[in-house]
Design a protein around this ligand. Structure first.
Ligand SMILES: [Zn+2]
Ligand SMILES: [Zn+2]
Length: 280
């Protein structure tokens, strides 16, 4: 099959690799129909991680089930499925508590918790920027999609990472209906966090960024855009919240946070947060 393979910093190549196949009775083989490029892929692409060459990238995947192992009972060939990027077993203590990002059994190194497709430090599992993807513990990891899966392909593929990641951020912030929320960073995760806050009944959602295209998207879903190139974002948030600061905040910039001159400081956003988000 053809796949996108990491070949060292800033080097990826599409080449022929051995076909993904059923290796365990609990595996599902998926023919990929959509896969996203994530900010995390860029971290690996730029050589910021210890990803080994030869890894097939791609952890945000969706497709059609091509084949299932003998022990798979829930998923059938022909099902359209989305694959959350974390691979869980479904039966370890962490998976049972919903902490599938820290599955204790899938990663082959028993000292490591958590596994993912095509990801540095998350096990040997090839990603889905390829024709086919092997999904371990397919019954647990395949999210079967409803009838409209084909028509809404580009919506559903967001369930593989971006949407739940944004949602999870609002849950970590313990956002409650009626809270005001400020989200830093209007990239895909930030926009999804803002949207998730709206869905959960936030009284006011603000988003800080300086890219006009991103701020426009935020405005289209009813979020208040805060352009930090046009004034101090802290002042602007205080103004929007009668001087109180937002009730809750989400940091969706990520570890490549940098000042306008381009100097990276991954803690920059977090260090400013206490000035305009209510301390709890
Ligand atoms: Zn991702
Ligand atoms: Zn597990």
């Amino acid at each position: 099959m053809k796949a996108l393979v990491y070949d060292g910093p800033r080097e990826v190549v599409v080449k022929d690799v051995p076909d993904a196949r059923i290796e365990q009775p609990t595996d599902v083989l998926v023919k990929i129909t959509s896969t996203n490029i994530c900010g995390s892929d860029l971290h690996m692409y730029e050589g910021r991680t210890d990803l080994e060459t030869g890894m097939v990238l791609g952890h945000e995947n969706m497709g059609i089930v091509a084949e299932v192992g003998d022990a798979v009972v829930k998923v059938s060939p022909g099902d359209r499925v989305c694959l959350p990027f974390n691979i869980g077993c479904g039966f370890c203590r962490n998976c049972e508590e919903g902490l599938t990002a820290f599955c204790q059994t899938v990663h082959p190194d028993p000292k490591m918790a958590g596994a993912a497709y095509g990801f540095a430090g998350m096990g040997p599992f090839w990603g889905g920027q390829a024709e086919y993807l092997r999904v371990p513990f397919g019954d647990f990891n395949c999210l079967r999609l409803p009838e409209d899966a084909q028509d809404k392909e580009l919506d559903y593929v967001m369930l593989s990472d971006i949407f739940p990641t944004g949602w999870h951020c609002t849950r970590l912030a313990d956002m409650q209906p009626g809270d005001s929320m400020v989200v830093y960073g209007a990239g895909p995760v930030g926009l999804m966090a803002a949207y998730s806050a709206m869905l959960q009944g936030a009284s006011k959602v603000m988003i800080v960024d300086r890219h006009p295209d991103r701020l426009k998207l935020a405005e289209e879903i009813g979020v208040i855009p805060i352009d930090d190139s046009k004034g101090d974002p802290i002042e602007q948030v205080l103004e929007q919240t009668r001087g109180q600061g937002a009730d809750k905040g989400c940091e969706c910039v990520g570890y490549q946070a940098h000042d306008p001159q381009g100097h990276e400081d991954s803690a920059m956003t977090m260090n400013e947060a206490d000035q305009h988000i209510t301390l709890t």
